[in-house]
Design a protein around this ligand. Structure first.
Ligand code: ZN
Length: 453
């Protein structure tokens, strides 16, 4: 919760003298009404931060500055990645062409990774009859996430808040034999969840977002290995992106508050055992948290830490032994009997919105070449070299790179500066010399320059 409750535990003063504080600085001041009522006189509220050493204070301020410089909302605007429009509505981002490239590259990578691991892709609708949500249990108990229903020919439809129930219906659409399992159904599924306007925060917290979602349907015997595969997938994704500071939280139920949880001791014990075994074997560090479980099972959250020290919940995973019974998700076993499957929920790259927001801050806009919206900027030193510059760009495009020519009438230095502020990995300058020997001069982000044929 963002609400901060403050109660004065002692009347103070808390220190005999401010001289005892080794390092502090004032950060801002703001007007406030006495006791929060506008009928009362106005006061000035002064904010400050105090540290045990000057060094610690300096580090803190440096980190704050770095966080502001990397803020995804600011970089999103500077690099033309995404935008919001008053007419479209709060919390509903527009992906601009540059941001869409990052989104598509991530999605393409995830699709290919999943294809290699035997996932099958599906597509499900954005609005759905209320019946599905009574079946899933969202209605009537968990309706705070849902938007008001849409009336279609006298029936209530809802915008989908999650993909799980739809994927279960895909599984259920055909009978399955033990020979087919595991079945892994994947979708970059767009969902809509109610967020109060005060809670919205750029791409980090939006009202509509697209998740890297999939559900694995398997036998109880397969569940541990399948869950382990999911964890390794997370670790591979993060390490490829240079994210090394991550760990898991195993959220368990609170045994003193049994009313809050589905009452089935055996189910809880099995789900916890499978989850823990997979977590241990993954060798990824984890901590346990009592009380954080869903009402029907334990959860595993992947937490990643950003360069500025912020912690970020990247994805939630679950070994789910509850939903299969509720939805009637079964398979025919080798002995001819019908058994319940185990469902694994996973979304290693979270949602495009949150994950791209994280990556913008993680890289500070300096994306690795494969994610950079524009990989090469071609700069002709004068207008008469434009056709050679276009020729260079066309060759780069044909080679599979994302390249553009700076056609502005700016001076060379200004063009190079623009390319640098746009954080483009390679800047290719073409002049007369380059035309004469059909070469190019490449400038890297490091500032290093090189001539190439
Ligand atoms: Zn799910």
């Amino acid at each position: 919760t963002d609400k901060v409750c403050w109660s004065d535990l002692c009347r103070g003063p808390h220190l005999p003298s401010t001289r005892l504080i080794p390092a502090f600085t004032l950060t801002r001041s703001a007007a406030a009404y006495w006791r929060g009522s506008e009928k009362n006189p106005q006061l000035q509220r002064i904010y400050g931060t105090a540290w045990p050493t000057r060094e610690a204070l300096k580090d803190y301020l440096r980190m704050q500055e770095e966080a502001a410089r990397r803020d995804h909302r600011r970089l999103g605007e500077d690099l033309d990645l995404f935008a919001f429009s008053k007419e479209i509505g709060k919390g509903l981002p527009l992906w601009l062409p540059n941001g869409t490239i990052i989104r598509d590259e991530l999605e393409g990578w995830a699709r290919e990774t999943e294809r290699q691991l035997g996932y099958k892709r599906i597509v499900t609708p954005h609005i759905t009859r209320e019946d599905l949500y009574y079946l899933s249990g969202h209605l009537p108990y968990y309706n705070e996430d849902l938007y008001s229903p849409i009336d279609i020919e006298g029936e209530n439809y809802y915008l989908k808040p999650m993909n799980c129930p739809h994927h279960h219906m895909v599984y259920k659409a055909r009978p399955h034999s033990y020979r087919e399992l595991p079945i892994k159904l994947a979708e970059y599924g767009t969902v809509y969840r109610f967020e109060r306007s005060g809670q919205l925060h750029g791409l980090m917290r939006a009202r509509g977002f697209t998740q890297n979602d999939a559900h694995i349907y398997c036998t109880a015997e397969q569940a541990k290995d399948q869950f382990l595969e999911v964890m390794r997938m997370h670790a591979d994704y993060y390490r490829t992106l240079g994210i090394t500071d991550f760990y898991m939280i195993l959220a368990l139920r609170d045994p003193s508050n049994t009313a809050k949880y589905h009452d089935d001791e055996r189910m809880w014990a099995d789900a916890e055992r499978i989850t823990r075994e997979a977590m241990e074997e993954s060798e990824i560090p984890y901590v346990e948290e009592i009380g954080g479980a869903a009402h029907y099972g334990p959860k595993v959250d992947f937490m990643i830490r950003s360069v500025t020290g912020k912690e970020f919940a990247a994805s939630t995973n679950q070994v789910d032994l509850y939903t299969p019974d509720r939805f009637g998700l079964t398979y025919h076993d080798s002995d001819g009997s019908e058994k319940s499957v185990v469902v694994l929920h996973r979304a290693p790259l979270g949602s495009h919105e949150r994950f791209v927001a994280y990556l913008i801050e993680h890289f500070g806009g300096l994306f690795p070449v494969w994610l950079a919206p524009e990989q090469v900027r071609v700069i002709p030193i004068s207008d008469d070299l434009l056709s050679y510059a276009n020729e260079v760009r066309d060759r780069l495009l044909q080679a599979g790179l994302r390249a553009d020519v700076d056609v502005s009438d700016n001076r060379l230095n200004a063009k190079v500066r623009t390319a640098i502020t746009r954080k483009i990995p390679f800047v290719v300058v073409v002049g007369r010399q380059e035309v004469a020997d059909s070469s190019v001069s490449v400038r890297y982000r490091s500032g290093k320059e090189e001539r190439m044929p």
